[in-house]
Unconditional design. Structure first.
Length: 196
């Protein structure tokens, strides 16, 4: 039995390009024609390799989330001060989301966009957001043990505060035209963490 023709495109490159379309426009507004054009593939290749639009979106979301979550985990678990690592991450988020043309966080922009009755997408998004919350919680627990963070507040509650704060920063950064709001947000969050 002979194998079919080899793919004339790199599926990972095509997936990254699809991710960029979904990130910039959201799931609903990303048209199939724009996805195909940006990915540089035909409809048959899309369905054969990725499935339908929803399946492609979930794969793109997974690609984004795993890359982002792995990077965050590496930064937060690095040697040194847990609070120092967290502070650096928050400052980098502030800088990134303050740039003109910021697309925000792909998770957050699509949470605001997708049909909430689509349980398959909702379940995936909840799972990724829980992973981020868990990373924050682990870091905050280490910071409390080190005496760097207010120990009178449940680290899980502080992690949820950071999850909401960082997602809000990502969304606001898409429309704000200066750094003041995000800078103040980071400074206030750090004050809360330290118990100042």
């Amino acid at each position: 039995m002979t194998r079919g023709p080899q793919k004339q495109f790199d599926p990972e490159v095509a997936l990254t390009k699809a991710m960029e379309v979904f990130w910039a426009h959201g799931y609903e507004a990303a048209s199939l024609s724009e996805l195909l054009k940006t990915m540089g593939i035909g409809k048959k290749s899309l369905y054969d390799t990725f499935g339908n639009k929803q399946s492609l979106f979930l794969k793109a979301l997974e690609h984004y989330a795993q890359t982002t979550i792995r990077d965050m985990r590496d930064r937060l678990s690095a040697d040194g001060s847990p609070l120092g690592n967290l502070t650096q991450l928050l400052l980098e988020f502030q800088e990134m989301h303050s740039q003109p043309g910021s697309c925000g966080c792909m998770l957050g922009t699509n949470i605001a966009d997708f049909n909430t009755e689509d349980e398959a997408v909702a379940k995936v998004m909840r799972g990724y957001l829980r992973q981020v919350e868990d990373m924050f919680c682990t870091t905050l627990t280490r910071a409390q043990v080190a005496g760097e963070v207010n120990s009178t507040v449940n680290p899980r509650d502080l992690a949820r505060l950071l999850l909401c704060t960082t997602q809000g920063m990502a969304l606001l950064g898409r429309v704000m035209n200066d750094d003041t709001t995000l800078e103040g947000t980071v400074q206030a969050a750090l004050c809360v963490l330290k118990g100042n």
